[in-house]
Write a protein that binds this ligand. Structure first.
Ligand code: ADP
Ligand code: MG
Length: 298
């Protein structure tokens, strides 16, 4: 069956505005309204790995919370598999389908042991044994934490806690995993554990991923990147195209790879470095060309 991109979209955001304060009445001119998000029109097809980047305060966490109805749009609509987040009758189904993992691993685990923690969500859904036990086991296997099933959660590393948090979401059998800077508080080992776990889940289970990050090195792992600035979706493109806008990213004070920063400095110093330079190799090549040109002019 040929399904068009619109029909294939799992999440659809239409004209979404969000403000943390309720709008002032029209007779007051609507003044003082602070929009955290404005005019968002976008959709996420099932099975996509999307990365969401933007400066602090640009609205990334707000957008994440709109995706599973933790927040409701001030205007416009957010639909998940056709279900509107403003529909109170659909909200629990939406939250089951769109699982969230947050930044702080210590704030997400609710039970004393790993297996109890992972069982918490499906137990609340009323999933009986032995289905419950099977789900917990499969979820722990999927994040590589089954050896820790009986462990007390407080004994785990940050990366392990995040993987247990992901398992807790997986046990609800979601379609979408939204991760809001899940690596920000982790050491490099934990960071790598979480990244490779999510990539594996995406590849093996086909789970749709929305990965919010400050790190461009992480953003390039996605198929598609959304760049938020000041509550607006200013770019929606594959990572290669986003990186081609390095100067712009730098102006937004986003973390850009070291090579991009060095290339920009060299450019300021008068070197002819093309804006497409993103890797060390490309930078060396550009400098060599410049050097050769310089020698020929002498
Ligand atoms: N609970 C809140 N109450 C009021 N304003 C908020 C709240 N949370 C975030 N904001 C504001 O909304 C905007 C977007 O914030 P946020 O979505 O947290 O951005 P990000 O995750 O990109 O850093 C910011 O201006 C922020 O100050
Ligand atoms: Mg945030």
């Amino acid at each position: 069956m040929d399904v068009g991109p619109e029909l294939g979209s799992l999440i659809v955001l239409s004209n979404v505005d969000f403000s943390y304060r309720s709008p002032a009445p029209a007779e007051q001119g609507g003044e003082g309204l602070a929009f955290a998000l404005r005019g968002i029109n976008a959709d996420i097809p099932a099975g996509q790995f999307l990365s969401l980047i933007g400066p602090n305060g640009s609205g990334k966490s707000t957008l994440a919370r709109l995706l599973n109805g933790l927040l409701l749009p001030t205007r416009g609509s957010v639909k998940v598999a056709g279900l509107d987040t403003r529909d109170p009758g659909a909200i629990w189904e939406i939250r089951r389908r769109v699982g969230m993992v947050f930044q702080n691993p210590d704030n997400q685990l609710v039970a004393p042991t790993v297996e109890e923690d992972v069982a918490f969500g499906p137990e609340n859904l009323g999933i009986p044994q032995p289905e419950l036990g099977r789900r917990v086991w499969e979820a722990l296997e999927a994040v590589g934490m089954s050896a820790y099933a009986k462990a007390e959660t407080h004994t785990l590393s940050g990366g392990q806690k995040q993987r247990v948090a992901i398992a807790g979401v997986l046990a609800m059998q979601p379609e979408v995993l939204v991760l809001d800077e899940p690596t920000a508080l982790l050491d490099p080992v934990g960071r790598q554990e979480v990244i490779s776990t999510v990539i594996r889940l995406h590849r093996q289970l086909g789970i749709t991923v929305v990965w919010i990050t400050h790190s461009m090195e992480e953003a390039v792992l996605a198929e598609r990147v959304w760049l938020l600035a000041d509550g607006r979706l200013v770019m929606d493109a594959p990572p290669a195209r986003i990186f081609a806008e390095a100067e712009w990213l730098r102006r937004l004070r986003l973390d850009v790879p070291a090579v991009v920063t060095i290339a920009a400095r060299l450019r300021e110093a008068g070197f002819a470095i093309p804006p497409t330079v993103l890797t060390g190799e490309e930078l060396v090549r550009a400098l060599m060309q410049g050097w050769t040109g310089c020698m020929q002019n002498k």
